[in-house]
Design a protein around this ligand. Structure first.
Ligand code: UT7
Length: 325
């Protein structure tokens, strides 16, 4: 029996040049650098320039991922973009990106699972590649959260930022019944009963507006630690590996205290947890690929390492992906 190995061929990322510090925010709402650092671990976030859109951010991240993979845009026959802040209601950011990259083959579309979007997008792309429906995919998490944040609400505006991260996934036919390299497993969950705890209060069909992000932060926090830990132990069990065997944990970067809470619960040394939240805050679907790229380029994640990615977001949605890089 043959199987398709779905290899992570390259990674790329982009953060807009404008930086908004905690000090800057303290002149906009009733907050302080010390409150933000102590409660979240965030020191700054990047904000897209006026006119700079999600597709712009995604485009740069994709070109960097292609370069890292040593591939051309013409090699790509699938684009899956995870975003909750698309340039337009339609066409999708995926097709915008496809046009900009000059790709006229395959398929391109968006998935919407908010902060879990990148994990969902990996699972979707894996399905296409494993079934031979595409050979090389760009999987992207890209957000301009600054466009849907209520800048008068101190409970949320200090948390979010803009950015994009991308991976090139490549299918390779390999003999054997089990995958030993590349994406080993994905695990997706959702529970729509919790929609009111984290949502946007607008949309095309309801209010004909974009709306603003609303969150009951402390309730989301409790669900985050429990559900993320559950997804990590479940995916490890499915893949037949122990949590202790995993080299690197690349979590959704929402709050340093969540990262530490999950690590403590599963007895994971914090040195194995990639944290970039201080530098860019919560970039929703972009945060996992941003953190992954950082750890690849600073030499922490190396070829052959076992890496677990996980996230939780509005919906609720949550899930994990396990890969041997
Ligand atoms: O990406 C999707 C998943 N999202 C998350 O995982 C986010 C999860 N939640 C969190 O990260 C945390 O709950 C927050 C960082 C959002 C909030 O931290 P917290 O420790 O849960 O604080 P809290 O919401 O319980 O608020 C504590 C106090 C409140 O004041 P009172 O009622 O105790 O007087 C808030 O009004 O902190 C106040 N507060 C602030 N103070 C200064 C809330 N936001 C701010 C602020 N600056 N920016």
């Amino acid at each position: 029996m043959t199987d398709q190995t779905v290899r992570i061929a390259g990674v790329g990322a982009y953060l807009p040049s404008r930086v908004l510090s905690n000090e800057d925010l303290s002149t906009m709402v009733d907050t302080s650098d010390s409150w933000i650092r102590e409660r979240t671990g965030i020191a700054q976030r990047h904000i897209a320039a006026e006119g700079e859109t999600t597709a712009d951010l995604a485009g740069i991240a994709c070109r960097r991922a292609l370069e890292h993979a040593g591939m051309d845009a013409s090699d790509i026959d699938l684009i899956v973009v995870a975003t909750t802040t698309p340039d337009f209601t339609f066409p999708s950011t995926g097709t915008l990106l496809q046009g900009r990259l000059g790709i006229a083959q395959g398929a391109a579309f968006d998935v919407q699972a908010v902060c879990t979007g990148f994990v969902y997008a990996l699972a979707v792309a894996d399905g296409f590649l494993a079934r031979g429906q595409a050979r090389n995919a760009l999987v992207v998490g890209a957000e301009t959260m600054s466009r849907i944040v209520d800048w008068t609400d101190r409970a949320t505006c200090v948390l979010f930022g803009d950015g994009a991260g991308a991976m090139v996934l490549s299918a390779e036919e390999t003999p054997g019944e089990h995958r030993e390299n590349g994406l080993l497993a994905t695990y997706l969950r959702s529970d729509g009963r919790y929609k009111d705890l984290l949502h946007v209060d607008g949309g095309p069909s309801s209010t004909q507006t974009v709306g603003h992000l609303r969150m009951a932060g402390n309730q989301v926090f409790r669900h985050a630690v429990t559900n993320i830990a559950e997804s990590m132990t479940t995916i490890a069990g499915q893949a037949g590996v122990e949590i202790a065997d995993i080299d690197w944990f690349v979590p959704h970067q929402a709050n340093q205290r969540i990262l530490e809470g999950v690590a403590k619960k599963l007895k994971i040394p914090t040195a194995k947890v990639v944290s970039t939240v201080s530098d860019h805050g919560n970039t929703s679907a972009a945060s996992v690929p941003l953190a992954f790229e950082r750890a690849v380029h600073d030499g922490r994640i190396g070829r052959g390492d076992l890496v677990l990615m996980e996230a939780l977001g509005g919906g609720f949605t949550w899930g994990a992906a396990l890969a041997r890089f």
